[in-house]
Design a protein around this ligand. Sequence first.
Ligand code: HEC
Ligand code: HEC
Length: 387
Amino acid sequence: MRTLSATWLLLLALPLATQLDRRAGEPPRPGPELADRRHPRARHPLSAADQARFERGRALFERDFHRSSGLGAPEMNADSCRGCHQDPVLGGAGGLELNVSRFARDNAGAGPFQNLPGGQGLSKLRPPYVAGREEYTLGEADVFEQRQTPSILGDGLIEELDAAVILANEDPLDADGDGIRGVARRLVIDGKTELGRFGWKAQVPTLSDFVRDALGGELGLTSPADARGFALTSDTDAHADPEIQTAEADDMAYFLTNLAAPERVGSLEPEVLLGELVFAEVGCAKCHVPELPGLDGPVPLFSDLLLHDVLPADFRGMSEPGAPAGSYRTPPLWGIRTSAPYLHDGRASTLRAAIALHAGEAHAVRKAFEARPLVERDALLAFLRDL
Ligand code: HEC
Ligand code: HEC
């Protein structure tokens, strides 16, 4: 007897594959941002001049700087931005070994929290298997915090959101009694109040500010002084300051601002659809708000961009004005399937572990999730892997 030919198998499998995909007719795909790791897409069509600017910014983000162009202050964490932001494409997230650390003194948890020179400003490559920041601390620091490299993809859409859209979800006094507060990060920049949108504690308002901050903090490259205060304006290496010109820093920011957001896999599998329902029903969506209204339609980021404390009550970490220890910005979940490890310090290597570590404001929601039958919990994970 003849066996089924490959063609027959293909014909039999085709209708099934089509049925499984959200957009009928298209084969399931990993997301177009994976098409070319080094040339991530812009989020909208750009004119020839703008495309050239995007490419200039990309090249700088990718560039390996050398001592001869001022790299290091004299210390640095990497010789390029790409060195950390690279998964799944340029501008994406980074692995655990690329964690940086911060330190301070909180008197063994009893308080008060005290900043130490360089403790929060200096970002130092310090993977979790290395104990602390002994070379900076002179025995005074007793609290350390790791920070994991987040993805920048789609951040331009976050920057564009009207402040009122973010403020609308605040509930500082928990008026609705659901145990979830949510406060926006307010920063005073050059005498004016602005919303913090980027960084684990929403400590930076714009991508342009973050570029200057990272040029100094990660690469030890100085840029021109401005009134916003994020640039490292002078350092101790022999290279003349500024080592990066305003036009270059602006091109880098232009590149980041225009990076396309991660695209959903878009599976229509019943498990994924069930997972999406469970996500809303147990209350994940109260903080990981599926979409916020943007300039060009809904922005499907799965975050409210507000600070929440989901850490255990005895957590010790960095404290800043308006963002006490334990407070972190709800991380957007778009692209979460490619940005492991998870949480501000990367201590969760799987999505399951990330959920299990939700406490504080998210305690009741996690309990509600855990009370669901296994098939629903698995479905929720399948949904997250679709994002
Ligand atoms: C040593 C690794 C490392 C290098 C090199 C690095 N970054 Fe980062 N990046 C991080 C970490 C860690 C964070 C999170 C910091 C925090 O919130 O405390 C971050 C956060 C960011 C963010 C905010 C993303 C968000 O959505 O919150 C931007 C923008 C950014 N980096 C841009 C850059 C640029 C531009 C460069 C090069 C000049 C660069 N980074 C180099 C590790 C790195
Ligand atoms: C009270 C607000 C809140 C609720 C409710 C909540 N989260 Fe979170 N979530 C956060 C915050 C804040 C973090 C970051 C915590 C940290 O970095 O230590 C986070 C982190 C995560 C991460 C890791 C993201 C990353 O990029 O590292 C995942 C995944 C996640 N949450 C999924 C869920 C799921 C699924 C639920 C529902 C079962 C849920 N969350 C409920 C606020 C919330």
